[in-house]
Design a protein around this ligand. Structure first.
Ligand SMILES: [Zn+2]
Length: 120
């Protein structure tokens, strides 16, 4: 496993090639098995208590501060969470914030100039 300095996130390795960076983003930041092991570790650490609703029975690990908002990909920024509704609702809220940040939340769709139907 790659070492990750606390607080520096996971996309700051200058040696990493662009395609590798994209690949890591698409797959998340860990391989499937490493991710599963980490999720199990976080849930065990938090005794299965969901950090959103405070009830037991959490089945996933959540980035408390989303990576997209500068959170780190370390155990310190991970907490146990229920898949539904807690993680789902939190992710929806994060996606809405992301859209707002990119300024695409309420901009009307523009028609592609190449698709205008004109009589020939
Ligand atoms: Zn919950």
């Amino acid at each position: 496993m790659r070492p990750v300095a606390p607080g520096c996130g996971s996309f700051s390795f200058p040696a990493m090639t662009a395609w590798a960076d994209r690949d890591q983003r698409r797959a998340g930041t860990l391989s499937g098995s490493a991710r599963k092991a980490r999720t199990a570790r976080i849930i065990r650490r938090d005794h299965g208590i969901c950090h959103v609703c405070g009830k037991p029975g959490a089945t996933e690990a959540d980035h408390v501060v989303p990576l997209a908002e500068g959170g780190s990909d370390t155990d310190a920024n991970l907490a146990a969470i229920h898949a539904k509704p807690c993680h789902e609702a939190k992710t929806r809220a994060e996606q809405a914030r992301g859209r707002a940040r990119r300024g695409t939340a309420s901009r009307p769709r523009e028609q592609h100039p190449g698709l205008r139907m004109k009589p020939a």
